[in-house]
Design a protein around this ligand. Structure first.
Ligand SMILES: Cc1ncc(COP(=O)(O)O)c(C=O)c1O
Length: 380
């Protein structure tokens, strides 16, 4: 099986068997040098190079690339500092009523649901979580929680620990039939799983930049469906929220009729510059190609792990898998094994009683073999 990208495009990928993108991605050489160049220029010239016009348009390349990534327009995209902040702003914007409910899963990443839990604490609305076992959440259990009082269904497209992938079209259909909105946290899927926000008709999608999009810390993206762009009042606002950010008139706050109404202030701008380059790079390769490559690596890994007696989420069906593979080794502590693997430069994460492997485009079959060999050596 051939590598999808040359090892020197992602310099870090030649230094380890890096199977931990679900935690933090490696960054490509291009994105890193774009960030370094920008930061260097700013440090030496300040506003002489980064003037007000440059600051007002600094997100344009990223919004444009992100629009192409999700089959949306650039004006449907907003840039923030992290997924948590964007989800919090959306949760306060929607503020479900006291008699409303919010639906998610019991195994979702806390960030996906905490902002809504916080709002629910404020308003008295109900949070309903479909119970996972924890390797699997039955989609019907999730759908059964949605009723005419549901205001928001907020899920992680891919569950961070098990790797379970949800069908967005199905979820959107049932959510909309009940008059609710579908909010998707795509932090564990964007960049690795094809996403078409128009075809799946999600209402809001948020993703962090430092996982499958191969960006740095400090930047995140949000898609806001056109029908919400003139009405949804962000929970977090600042001088950049105004349609013309340099208006600087505190007596008025005119939000643009575009997703960027959720952009509120300054941020680590170099991160946005780096992420734009990373997303462009992923698009040049093709997300469908990346998905197929990653799934092949996951299949190799699954065969090798099964041959070694590991327990893998048995209920995950083919269409519910991405490249996150979580394995339980009977009689072997997940933290111990993860420590051993990391010490031998096979990067993985322990999550509860499983070891999570998460290969991405810069991995190849040799990385999987390295991981399996190292598992064999553990406890020798
Ligand atoms: C599904 C999911 N959402 C959000 C986050 C955190 O995003 P951020 O650090 O940008 O707030 C994580 C981190 O692991 C995650 O797995």
């Amino acid at each position: 099986m051939n590598p999808l990208v040359n090892k020197d495009v992602f310099p870090g990928s030649g230094r380890s068997a890096y199977l931990n993108t679900a935690s933090i991605a490696l960054i490509c050489r291009d994105a890193l040098s774009a960030m370094e160049r920008w930061q260097h220029e700013l440090a030496e010239s300040g506003t002489l190079s980064f003037d007000e016009a440059a600051e007002a348009t600094v997100f344009d390349p990223l919004r444009e690339a992100a629009g192409r990534l999700f089959n949306a327009r650039a004006e449907d995209m907003a840039v923030g500092s992290n997924a948590t902040e964007l989800l919090a702003s959306v949760a306060w914007a929607l503020m479900p009523a006291p008699d409303a409910n919010i639906v998610s899963t019991s195994v979702t990443f806390p960030t996906t649901i905490y902002p809504f839990m916080r709002v629910a604490r404020h308003t008295g609305s109900e949070v309903r979580l479909a119970q996972g076992n924890p390797d699997y959440v039955r989609p019907t259990d999730l759908l059964d929680l949605i009723d005419e009082r549901t205001s928001v269904v907020c899920i992680s497209h891919v569950e961070y620990a098990s790797g379970q992938l949800f069908d967005l079209e199905l979820l959107a259909r049932v959510t909309h039939e009940h008059g609710a909105l579908l909010i998707v946290d795509a932090t564990q899927s964007a960049g690795a799983v094809p996403i078409d926000v128009a075809a799946s008709s999600v209402d809001v999608l948020v993703t962090s930049g430092y996982k499958w999009l191969c960006g740095p810390f400090g930047v995140a993206l949000m898609y806001l469906a056109p029908h919400l762009q003139g009405t949804l009042d962000p929970g977090i606002v600042g001088f950049r929220s105004h349609d013309d950010m340099w208006d600087l008139n505190p007596s008025r706050m005119e939000l643009p009729d575009a997703a960027r109404r959720f952009e509120c202030s300054t941020m680590a701008y170099s991160a946005a510059i780096g992420l734009a380059r990373s997303v462009e790079h992923l698009l040049e390769i093709g997300i469908a190609e990346i998905f197929a490559h990653n799934r092949s690596l996951a299949d190799l890994l699954i065969d090798g792990l099964r041959a070694r007696g590991a327990e893998l989420a048995p209920e995950l069906k083919n269409g519910e898998r991405c490249s996150i593979v979580s394995a339980r080794f009977v009689g072997c502590d997940a933290k111990d094994l993860a420590r051993h693997l990391n010490a031998h430069r096979v990067a993985v994460s322990p999550r509860g009683d499983v070891v999570r492997f998460s290969p991405h485009l810069y991995n190849d079959a040799a990385d999987i073999e390295r991981a399996l060999d190292e598992i064999d050596r553990h406890g020798d």
